[in-house]
Ligand binder design. Structure first.
Ligand code: ACO
Length: 375
C-alpha cells in the first residue's frame, strides 16, 4: 500500500487479520490447516476432530472427542420454529442456500450462548436435509445420534445408512474446505462479530456471502462438462470447441493458486478411493482423462499461464458420487465452512477491535438544498 488513502479495489493484497487457522500458499500450492498439511489432515481426521482442532488449537484426546461428538449429536434436532419456517420457505420453492440463510438465523432460539457454536455445526446439516425433503414434498427425517457428523448428514438426505467409503469421502471433503484464509465469507463473519454482534448473526451473514457465484462457486458446471464429454475419446474435441468459442473450462484456473490447487489433489485421491469402493469408477476414470486433456489444452490456449485444476472439479465429482444433487453442493460447502467461520469469530473476539476501514469520497461537495416544490 502506497499510503493510507489509496483505494485498493477488492482489498487485494491487504492484510486484514492474523490467523492461526489456515495458511494458503498460492505459489507453492500448499494449504496448512491448524498446523497440518492439508494432505496429512484431510484424509485421516473425522470432521469433528478438525472442528475441535480449529476451535481449541490442538487435536482432542479420546475423552475430549467423545464428549464433543456426544454434545454435538444431541444438538442436531431443530427448534420447532425453524421447521415451521422452513415449511413456509419450501412452499415458495426458494433455493436451498436461501433456506439455509433463513434457517441459520433461527438457531439461537432454544440454546444458550455457550452451546451456540456447536449447535450451529450440528444443525446446519439438519436444516439442509429437512429443507431438501420439504422442497420435494416429503417429511424430514429425524437426526441419528448414533451416527457421526458426515454419516448423519448422508442419512438425513437419503434415509439410508451410508457405506464407510461414502462417509470417509464426505469427511475428507468437509475437512478440505473447512477453512481457506481470509476468503470473502470468513471476512464477512469477522466484520460482523467484530461489532460485538452475536455468532448467529455472523454465520447468517457469512452464508449470504458464500451464496454469491463469485465465492461459493458453481461446481455443477464442471460436472456438466464431464457428462457432456461422456467418453474419453470425445474429451479433446469437446474441450477444444469450448475454448474456440471463448468459453472457460470450469474447474480450472485460480486467482490465488498458480499451481495445482492442493485441495484438488486431496479430493481426487478421496474420490478415487470412494468410487473404487462404492461407486462408478468409470466416471472417475473419465474425469481423470478430461482433467489431463483440459490441462494440456489450457497450456496450449494460454501458454505459461499455468491454468491448473482447482477445487471445484473434484468437489463436483466427489459430491455427485455421494449421491448429492448439484443444488446441494454449495449448502454442503457451507456446512463445512461454518466451522471455519466460527473459529475466525473466536479469533476476532480475542482481537476485540471493530473492523472499520474508510472510503474515499468521490461525490460532489457544492450542492445547494432546494425544497421539494422547487425541484
Ligand atoms: N478456461 C479457459 N481460459 C481461462 C480459464 C479457464 N478455466 N481460466 C482463466 N482463463 C484465461 C482467461 O480467459 C484469461 O485470458 P485473457 O488474459 O485472454 O483474458 C487468462 O486465462 C487469465 O484469466 P484471469 O481471469 O485473469 O484469471 P484469474 O486468475 O483472475 O481467474 C478464475 C481465476 C476466475 C477461477 C478463472 O480461472 C476461471 O474463470 N476459471 C473457470 C471457473 C472456475 O473453475 N471457477 C472456480 C474457481 S475455484 C473457487 O472459486 C473456489
Amino acid at each position: 500500500m502506497k499510503n493510507g488513502t489509496d483505494f485498493i479495489p477488492g482489498l487485494e493484497g491487504i492484510v486484514a487479520a492474523e490467523t492461526k487457522l489456515s495458511h494458503v500458499d498460492g505459489r507453492a500450492g500448499k494449504l496448512i490447516i491448524g498446523g497440518f498439511a492439508l494432505e496429512d489432515l484431510a484424509a485421516n481426521a473425522t470432521f469433528a476432530e478438525t472442528v475441535y482442532l480449529l476451535w481449541h488449537g490442538r487435536l482432542p484426546n479420546k475423552t475430549e472427542l467423545a464428549a464433543f461428538t456426544t454434545e454435538m449429536a444431541a444438538l442436531r434436532p431443530l427448534p420447532d420454529a425453524t421447521l415451521t419456517l422452513l415449511k413456509s420457505v419450501a412452499a415458495e420453492k426458494a433455493p436451498v442456500m436461501d433456506a439455509l440463510r433463513i434457517g441459520a438465523g433461527t438457531l439461537s432460539l432454544d440454546v444458550t450462548e455457550a452451546q451456540l457454536p456447536l449447535a450451529i455445526i450440528a444443525r446446519l446439516p439438519t436444516i439442509v436435509a429437512a429443507y431438501w425433503h420439504l422442497l420435494h414434498g416429503r417429511t424430514p427425517l429425524s437426526p441419528r445420534p448414533d451416527l457421526n457428523h458426515a454419516a448423519n448428514y448422508l442419512y438425513l438426505l437419503t434415509g439410508d445408512i451410508p457405506s464407510q467409503a461414502k462417509v470417509r469421502g464426505l469427511e475428507t471433503y468437509l475437512n478440505t474446505v473447512i477453512d481457506h484464509g481470509l476468503n470473502a465469507s470468513t471476512f464477512a463473519a469477522r466484520v460482523i462479530i467484530a461489532t460485538g454482534s452475536d455468532m448467529v448473526s455472523a454465520i447468517t451473514g457469512a452464508v449470504g456471502a458464500l451464496k454469491g457465484p463469485l465465492h461459493g462457486g458453481a461446481p455443477g458446471p464442471a460436472l456438466d462438462t464431464v457428462f457432456e464429454i461422456g467418453s474419453p475419446e470425445n474429451a479433446e474435441r469437446v474441450l477444444r470447441a469450448k475454448l474456440a468459442q471463448g468459453e472457460r473450462l470450469m474447474g480450472f484456473g485460480h486467482r490465488v493458486y498458480k499451481v495445482r490447487d492442493p485441495r484438488a489433489e486431496v479430493l481426487a485421491a478421496a474420490a478415487e478411493k470412494m468410487f473404487a469402493a462404492d461407486g462408478n469408477i468409470a466416471l472417475y476414470n473419465l474425469a481423470k482423462q478430461v482433467e489431463a486433456t483440459a490441462v494440456i489444452l489450457l497450456e496450449e490456449h494460454k501458454p505459461g499461464r499455468n491454468l491448473q485444476t482447482n477445487v471445484e472439479f473434484y468437489t463436483a465429482l466427489l459430491l455427485h458420487g455421494l449421491g448429492l444433487d448439484t443444488d446441494l453442493f454449495t449448502p454442503t460447502f457451507a456446512i463445512s465452512r461454518a466451522a471455519g467461520w466460527i473459529a475466525h469469530c473466536f479469533e476476532q473476539q480475542q482481537v476485540g477491535r471493530l473492523i472499520r476501514p474508510k472510503s474515499t469520497y468521490t461525490g460532489s461537495t457544492n450542492r445547494t438544498w432546494r425544497p421539494l416544490q422547487e425541484r
